[in-house]
Ligand binder design. Sequence first.
Ligand code: PLP
Length: 408
Amino acid sequence: MTNMTERAKALDEADPLRAVRDAFFLPEGMIYFDGNSLGAMPKSALEIVSEATQQEWATDLITSWNKAGWFALPTEYGDMLAPAIGASAGEVVICDSTSINLYKALFAGLSLRPERSVIVAEASSFPTDLYMIEGALSSRPGLEMRLSEDNLIDLIDESVAVVLVNHVDYRSGQLADVTAITAKAHEMGAVVIWDLCHSAGIMPVDLNKHNVDLAIGCTYKYLNGGPGAPAFVYCAAEHIPHISQPLSGWWGHAQPFSFETGYAPDAGIRKFLCGTQPILSFRALKAGLDVLAPLDIKDIRAKSQSLTSLFIELVEAQVPGLTLASPREAELRGSQVSFSHPEAYPIVQALIERGVVGDFRMPNILRFGFSPLYLSHADVVEAVTRLSEIMESGVWKEPRFQARSAVT
Ligand SMILES: Cc1ncc(COP(=O)(O)O)c(C=O)c1O
C-alpha cells in the first residue's frame, strides 16, 4: 500500500459518517463528484415513492390529500429541513423551483422596503438569479439592478431595498461572508436574500443566528431530493406577518377551500405557496431529508473540508497543467473544488468515461462537488489516479470527447 492509500484508509476509518454511504445507490466503480448538481439516490426513496404510488395514489386516490397528509407536506418537510439551515419551525416551506421561489423572495423583500428600488447582486451570480431579477425589473417599472464585480458589500447603501447573494459561488466554490454581508445590509436598512443552493445540507448555515431575512435553495443537490425536487423558501418569523409575494395562488390563501373571490394570504409561511405541489417528488425528497436528519452538520462540514483539501493536495502533486480555481483555504470554500484548464470540456468527458463524474462549467472549469455522505478519502485518491492517467496518456484529445451535449 502506498503512503497515500494508507493515509486515506486511516482517515476513512476515523470517519463518523462512513456508514452513511450504504444509504445510497451508486454504480459500482463510479466516483461521483456531481452531488452539487444532482445528489445520489437514497435507497429508501424507492420504498417511499413506491408506497406513494401504489397506496396513496393508486389505491387511496383523492383521499390522500387528507389521509396521507399530502396537503401539509410543504410545511412538514420545511420543518424537517429547518435545523440544517439554522431556521426555526414555521420559517421554511418546500415548494416550486428555486427560480420561482427567487421571484417570490425578491418581491417579498421589496414589499418590506416599498420606498426603495435598488436590487444588488453579483455579476458572477448563478445566472437564473440575475434572469429572475431582470424579470422583476420588467414587471415593475422603476426598479434598478446594481451588479458587483467583486465588491458587493461596497454597493450596499441606503438606496438598496434587496441584496441577493449566493452563499457559495457555483463556479469557484468561494464562500461568501454571511455575517459581514447580512450585517452591512441591515446597517443600510436593506433586506438580504441568500441563495443556499450550494450550501444547504453540506455546511452549517445559521440563518437565525445571522438574522437573515429571506433565503431560497434547491433540494436536488446536497439534500439528495431527486431530479427536479421541489425547492425551499425561508422567511424570518418576524417578517412573515408583514411580507407579501406576488404569486398569490390559492395554496397561499388563508382558507383555500373556502373558495373566496378575493385573495387573503395565510398568516404563516404557507403564504409563500402558489398552487398544487408535485407530491411524488415530495415523497422522494423525504428520503433525502431522512438521511440527513440524524447527522451532525458539523461532521459533514469537517469531512467535506478534509476531502476537498486532500483532493487539492493530490491534484497539485500529481497532475501538472491544472490551475486551482477555488480558494485554497478550506474555510473559504464550499464543498467543491474547481480547476481551470483550456481544454476542460474534453478532459471532463474523458474522466466521466473512466467513472469519475464531475462537470464542466464555462469557460474552462473542471468542477468537482464533494458529498461527504457517500464519498471517501479512498475515492479521492482513486479519482486523482484516474485523472492523472488521463492527462498523461492524452486520451482526452480523442475527437469523441469534444462532442457537446445539451447539459454539461
Ligand atoms: C446557485 C443556484 N441558484 C439557482 C439555481 C437554479 O435552480 P432551479 O433550476 O432549481 O430553479 C441553481 C441551479 O443549479 C444554482 O446552482
